[in-house]
Ligand binder design. Structure first.
Ligand code: PEP
Ligand code: MG
Length: 579
């Protein structure tokens, strides 16, 4: 009988293979009371297990191929650090001593305490980090249970198999990748878990969060994992399998073609060079840049140096984060957006703007920076100092009026003067640009452009403010429309303003990374796209298959259409145009 189970889609792609069931979860643990003279040897047993866990992780770390994404090593390193941390090395020893209990019980006690601490964390990302603590504790428990513990998966031939487990650690994922597994399904985990992130970067199709995966799926049965929609199919007929094999071949072929474009430059068929840059959120994200063929970073959202942490990063920490990216970029430009705090991105729980009911219209982004110029100036100092190490551009978020530019440039001048007197190196001509994210900015883009070196259209907010729909409110999501005639007109005005002032205009909102809009934007005259690294090769493929000369007229017709309902079909026709 066919069985279709749905879970969380964490890593796209189709995998077809036989199931290999794996038990990687916590072994059952019981309490034993110890006699005084047994305590010393129990502590020794525990310490040996921790050492073995550490050695096990270190040996896996050494098997990571050199060209593997850097986050793999980072995740394994974070597990090695946890093993060495006193919360796992020392506290259980104290528990054994105080409670006269066995090592497994002491470790379980410590596990329960840590879980309750993590559960109270408000931040989603930090809360999911309990998975990592559990992975490390389970590894030590496994070793305590079986002193000859060797990773089960080291000795299992897993090539081409679909691994079905309760949970997998990043170390497991690396071992499996080395053995070329086809895909995996887990009962636990979510889209933010390290294993999910790894599966994505290793390109292993994966579905997680299927609670009863192991009771439902049988060892050796043939299953299909469709990572793109989070679906697992078992017991299906020959026809379905053949259909999936066809889709799998198509996907592989498409991926191969895209990968081949990595080092090809983005140029339309009629010779127009198009710049494709990446949006990043964390300094660690730069690892994805290489595979994406990005020509620099068009938007570095620096909020994560401030939010989701106890204290905002100081000048030196920021400087180091910027330099880390500059080193990877090797001469390609880094566009650093200054703090875009406020609305859904707040780091100070005590901070309240005067109007908190409508935070998206309140003291956010550049308004917030200009209110508290201390933080802003500190960030500008860090950016300026970083500019001595490579090409850096400053991008100001949510500028609404020309006066905000005047004020921002004046704080930049103060920061430059300070650095000069402190004899720090920096680029005195650092390019400064503004994001065009509110209708007022688009309508006066020609005025703003006169004082700036570049503009960058933030369509996420531009659409929110133009159509008056809260971008994080699910109830009005259906109104979110990049093709709304008003949005297109504002984009066009901004592009025109850039051309007139002879400064570049980029687009860094999600619209720039959506292949449905690439041809329309090219036809409107956009020449710089900044998008998530994962979408850049697809955009490049479209660019390289297009002729601007054939897109201009249809794009103008779309802009001037008197029947807005027809815009979608006109854009479809543009996309179907032969190349
Ligand atoms: C935008 O608004 O389009 C943008 C790129 O900024 P963010 O999504 O960070 O608000
Ligand atoms: Mg924005």
């Amino acid at each position: 009988m066919a069985l279709i189970i749905s879970g969380i889609d964490v890593s796209k792609g189709i995998a077809i293979g036989k199931v290999h069931l794996l038990n990687r979860g916590a072994p059952e643990v019981f309490e034993h009371k110890l006699k005084e003279h047994e305590i010393k040897s129990e502590i020794k047993r525990f310490q040996n297990a921790v050492d073995d866990a550490s050695n096990h992780l270190r040996s896996i770390r050494e098997t990571i191929p050199e060209d593997a994404p850097t986050e793999i090593a980072t995740f394994i390193d974070s597990h090695i650090l946890m093993v060495e941390d006193s919360m796992l090395r020392k506290v259980p020893v104290e528990i054994i001593r105080e409670q006269h209990c066995n090592a497994e019980w002491a470790l379980k006690n410590q596990h329960d305490k840590l879980v309750s601490v993590f559960e109270q964390m408000e931040d989603d990302y930090l809360r999911t980090r309990i998975n990592d603590v559990e992975h490390v504790i389970n590894l030590i428990q496994q070793i305590l249970k079986d002193q000859q513990y060797t990773a089960q998966i080291d000795i299992q031939p897993l090539k081409g198999r679909i691994v079905v487990a309760d949970d997998l650690t990043p170390a497991d994922t690396v071992l499996m990748q080395n053995q070329s597994i086809a895909g995996f399904v887990t009962e636990l985990g979510g889209p933010l878990s390290h294993t999910a992130i790894l599966a994505r970067s290793l390109g292993i199709p994966a579905v997680v969060g299927i609670q009863d995966a192991r009771p439902l799926l049988q060892q050796e049965e043939l299953v299909i994992v469709d990572g793109g929609i989070g679906m697992v199919l078992a017991g299906v007929g020959h026809k379905t399998i053949e259909d999936y094999r066809r889709r799998q071949r198509k996907q592989k072929e498409a991926r191969r073609k895209l990968r081949a474009l990595r080092d090809v430059s983005a140029k339309t068929r009629d010779g127009q060079r198009i710049i494709l840059q990446a949006n990043i959120e964390l300094a660690e994200d730069v690892s994805a840049l290489k595979q994406s063929g990005a020509e620099g970073v068009g938007l570095y959202r620096t909020e994560f140096l401030y939010i989701d942490r106890e204290e905002p990063a100081d000048e030196v920490e920021q400087l180091n984060a910027y330099r880390k990216i500059i080193r990877v970029l090797k001469g390609k430009p880094l566009t650093i957006r200054t703090l875009d705090l406020g609305a859904e991105k707040e780091f100070d729980p005590n901070f309240q703007g005067p109007l908190t009911q409508n935070p998206a219209l309140g003291l956010r982004a550049i308004r917030r920076s200009l209110k508290d110029t201390g933080l802003f100036k500190q960030q500008l100092r860090a950016i300026l100092r970083a500019s001595s190490s490579g090409p850096v551009r400053i991008l100001l978020p949510m500028v609404t009026s020309h006066i905000e530019l005047v004020q921002s440039l004046s704080v930049l001048k103060q920061a430059s003067r300070e650095l000069e007197s402190e004899q720090h190196q920096f680029d005195p001509d650092i390019p400064v640009g503004a994001m065009i994210e509110v209708p007022a900015a688009a309508l006066s883009a020609n005025i703003l452009a006169k004082q700036l070196d570049f503009l960058s259209i933030g369509t996420n907010d531009l659409i929110q403010y133009t159509l008056a729909i809260d971008r994080i409110d699910d109830q009005v999501n259906y109104l979110y429309d990049p093709l709304h005639p008003s949005v297109l007109k504002l984009i066009n005005l901004t592009l025109q303003a850039g051309r007139r002032a002879e400064i570049p205009v980029a687009m860094c909102g999600e619209m720039a990374g959506d292949p449905r809009y690439t041809r329309l934007l090219l036809g409107m005259g956009l020449q710089e796209f900044s998008a998530p690294p994962s979408s850049l090769l697809e955009i490049k493929q479209i660019v390289n298959r297009s002729r601007i000369s054939e897109l201009k007229k249809p794009a103008m017709r779309i802009l001037n259409t008197t029947v807005p309902d027809r815009i979608v079909s006109m854009v479809d026709a543009l996309n179907d145009q032969p190349y």
